[in-house]
Design a protein around this ligand. Structure first.
Ligand SMILES: [Fe+2]
Ligand SMILES: [Fe+2]
Length: 259
């Protein structure tokens, strides 16, 4: 079974780039399941039912989120609905939405789990303990488990990769919007990468207009974010999962869109 996982889609340049490049990715990787991190899909922060619908129409099967999950008020009820959009599981339990989902792909059941890091981000519980709980709960029902670990710090991501090695098919990092060169299958059979990167404009700073960010960092004064445009890239990783529910391979990719 092949899974294509797409890094944080940022604003309309990212959404358009994803829609444009997806047919090429389908041809190249023949995915049975497409997982997309959509936490920045609405104007760079958050997601709305409309931007989620756009990602689904372009080929996403499951959307994962992160620290910006709740930035748009119109998404709160939507996250409690039927759409296959998940937010980090280790947010507070009373928060809208859910942190894992079971989906059918290639005649098998795949559990997708979203976790958020504790270092520099706001997690209600340890991602390590949360992963243990979810694996206990889901492993009887799922043939394979794929984890989106939305975290700031490479050490926390690498540590969770090792912690889950041999228990899940993949631990794929998101949030930093910068791809790392450490994609590999760990000895126990878990595909791992610290960060798959983002889907959006490389002209900015993590998808935001660079002049705004430079000015903010230079002066320390607040400034209104606007989206970067042009030089759009779609970044992610393709994972092949064997019959035993563990990874056979991981191939990170960066594909340029025309925008
Ligand atoms: Fe992000
Ligand atoms: Fe994030």
């Amino acid at each position: 079974m092949k899974v294509v996982f797409i890094g944080d889609v940022v604003a309309s340049p990212g959404r358009q780039g994803f829609a444009e490049v997806m047919p090429e990715l389908r041809e190249r990787f023949e995915p049975d399941l497409v997982i997309v991190n959509g936490e920045n899909s609405a104007g760079g922060v958050g997601i709305t039912p409309n931007t989620a619908a756009e990602l689904f129409a372009a080929g996403a099967d499951v959307i994962t989120l992160g620290n910006h999950a709740y930035r748009r008020s119109e998404v709160l009820d939507y996250l409690d609905g039927e759409a296959p959009v998940i937010r980090p599981s280790n947010f507070r339990r009373s928060n809208p939405g859910r942190g894992s989902i079971l989906v059918e792909a290639a005649g098998r059941t795949v559990a997708v789990i979203n976790l958020i890091g504790r270092i520099g981000l706001d997690a209600a519980r340890s991602p390590f303990d949360e992963a243990d709980l979810l694996i206990d709960e889901l492993s009887d029902r799922a043939d394979a488990i794929v984890v989106d670990f939305h975290a700031e710090v490479t050490s926390e991501k690498v540590a969770l990769g090792w912690y889950l090695d041999g228990r899940v098919a993949a631990v794929l990092g998101t949030h930093t919007h910068v791809p790392t060169a450490d994609g590999r299958v760990l000895p126990g059979g878990t595909a791992f990468i610290s960060d798959v990167g983002m889907t959006g404009s490389r002209n900015g700073v993590l998808g935001v207009d660079r002049e705004v960010i430079i000015e903010r960092m230079r002066t320390g004064m607040p400034a209104r974010f606007t989206d970067a445009t042009g030089d759009v890239w779609v970044m992610g990783a393709a994972i092949e999962i064997g019959e035993n529910g563990l990874a056979v391979g991981i191939e990170p990719f960066q594909v340029q869109a025309s925008g």
